[in-house]
Design a protein around this ligand. Structure first.
Ligand code: ATP
Ligand code: MG
Ligand code: MG
Ligand code: MG
Length: 475
């Protein structure tokens, strides 16, 4: 079953159960300063959950374009390292606004998975919030999932991958306990069931999260009950497609294969399993859709996240030997793959290509020089650690800062190159170098004022400052 058909079947199933099909909203949340990007299907319904917005329907379903590359949900560092994380993905969801609650949410999910998608029930595992006996009993008694495959999970705050069965949109906003469905890809893949020490592996993959929205969290952390309990679910289209296409990695599904072939064509690589191709294929989706939704590469906030993703993609192309812009040429392939489901992408084709080409051209001017500085520094560290095995395998903060300040290497890009080589970056020293430059910039600004020069505000007082502002954004 192709991704397009899976998406369609999902929406049709919920439409047949009285849900209104609602179009995906923009990746830039409408009037929500608490959120960098739309990270899930519920974002466009946030105010409906809170009871401050009303819709003509009490049940909805959608395929929502989502980005997790900043803020509370950030998977940028997982791309290229797991089989299941993207920066951009599509979230299939069904929603109840004070209509049905746990029982129907669980029933619908099970029916869709086992009867419409025809997944074997014995490959499915479920988790519930550790105190949620109601959800536990629904799975065990009404659905009949054997209790060996129902796992109670708490809220593992702070763990990078670990299951966490209390879902929240961000630091504030609607939240509640959740129940998740996992698929066992079988013993050929490393990993353990949810809640086990090996759960970070890619064997048991979380496919669907059913959130029982019950609270609103305010800035002080206090939970207030929502006017009515609601349901918000999210299933990653790429993950369920991997299951239904009998492949293990999301990157092997039909939708990604075309993009990977395109990335291979543009970089002249034959081995379609090359990891950099996956990263490039992931990043062209995120970058293009962000531009479709009005984000442009820049030095602050959303624009800086976009710039970082573009530069990471270019760095992977560079690693494969590209010395000239190539990334923008994947836009046409993406439009062919996804323009049908997202006409706004097809409409924006020329603009997206143009903006990416400009951004690429800019970074290709400095990448070569920057990479040679970085390679030399890495070589020095490697030499030192051969001579002295317990020497710290860490890139100095001032090198990372110079790369950032002079060559346009975002810190996360430098850190990613280092990570591939088993090194870390001295981020404390990087921050200190950044702070030093900021102080100098302020002093320079004051000096100009004292001299009676035109004062144009801190931001323009020093050429390096924009970059500093960029890293001040909490993303
Ligand atoms: P994981 O634990 O695998 O990181 P999550 O618990 O962070 O996933 P949720 O916030 O529960 O994910 O989102 C609902 C669903 O969206 C997940 O069950 C999964 O199918 C999908 N999903 C989440 N993050 C990603 C991602 N980065 N790429 C692709 N699909 C994702
Ligand atoms: Mg996650
Ligand atoms: Mg999870
Ligand atoms: Mg989850």
């Amino acid at each position: 079953m192709k991704a397009a058909e899976i998406r369609d079947k999902f929406l049709q199933f919920f439409a047949s159960q009285g849900h209104t099909i609602v179009r995906s909203s923009s990746l830039v949340p409408n009037n929500d300063p608490t959120l960098l990007f739309t990270n899930s299907g519920m974002v466009q319904f946030k105010d409906v959950f809170l009871g401050v917005d009303k819709r003509p329907y009490s049940r909805a379903t959608s395929a929502q374009r989502s980005v997790r590359a900043g803020g509370k949900h950030n998977d940028l560092e997982n791309v290229g390292y797991t089989a299941r994380h993207h920066t951009f993905f599509e979230m299939l969801g069904n929603f109840s606004f004070g209509d049905y609650f746990k029982r129907d949410a669980i029933r619908y999910a099970w029916t869709l998975l086992t009867e419409v998608y025809r997944l074997p029930a014995d490959k499915l595992w479920v988790t519930v919030y550790h105190e949620d006996d109601e959800a536990y009993d629904l799975w065990a008694k009404e659905i009949g999932v054997p209790t060996e495959r129902i796992i109670r999970i708490g809220d593992n705050k702070g763990a990078r991958y670990a299951s966490d069965n209390f879902w929240q949109m961000g630091d504030t906003g609607p939240c509640g306990p959740c129940s998740e469905v996992f698929y066992d890809h079988g013993p050929d893949v490393w990993g353990g069931p949810p809640g086990s020490p090996e759960e970070d592996g890619d064997r048991y993959i979380e496919i669907w999260n059913l959130v029982f929205m019950q609270f609103n969290r305010d800035a002080t952390g206090t939970l207030t009950p929502l006017p009515k309990p609601c349901v918000d679910t999210g299933m990653g289209l790429e993950r369920i497609a991997a299951v239904l296409q009998h492949v293990h990695s999301n990157y092997e599904i039909d939708l990604f294969q075309r993009l990977i072939r395109a990335a291979a064509r543009e970089t002249g690589i034959d081995d379609l399993g090359n990891n950099s191709l996956k990263v490039i294929a992931d990043h062209i989706r995120a970058c293009s859709f962000l531009i479709v939704d009005g984000v442009i590469p820049g030095n602050e906030g959303r624009g800086y996240v976009l710039r970082r993703i573009v530069r990471r993609a270019i760095r992977h192309g560079y690693k494969l030997g590209r010395k000239q812009p190539f990334f923008h040429r994947l836009v046409d392939d993406l439009v062919e793959e996804m323009g049908g489901a997202y006409p706004e992408l097809a409409d924006a084709r020329a603009r997206v290509t143009d903006i990416l080409r400009q951004e690429e051209t800019r970074f290709f001017e400095t990448i070569e020089h920057g990479m040679s500085i970085l390679e030399n520094a890495i070589a020095d560290i490697e030499t030192a650690s051969t001579a002295q095995p317990d020497a710290p395998r860490q890139l100095a903060g001032d090198v990372a800062f110079k790369l950032h300040d002079t060559y346009g290497f975002p810190l996360d890009l430098t850190a990613d190159v280092c990570r591939e080589r088993g090194l870390s970056v001295d981020e404390v020293a990087f921050d200190a170098a950044m702070a030093r430059q900021r102080d100098q910039a302020r002093a320079a600004g004051k000096f100009k004022m004292a001299q009676g020069l035109e004062y144009r505000g801190d931001k323009t007082a020093f050429t390096g400052y924009e970059a500093i502002v960029a890293d001040d954004v909490s993303v």
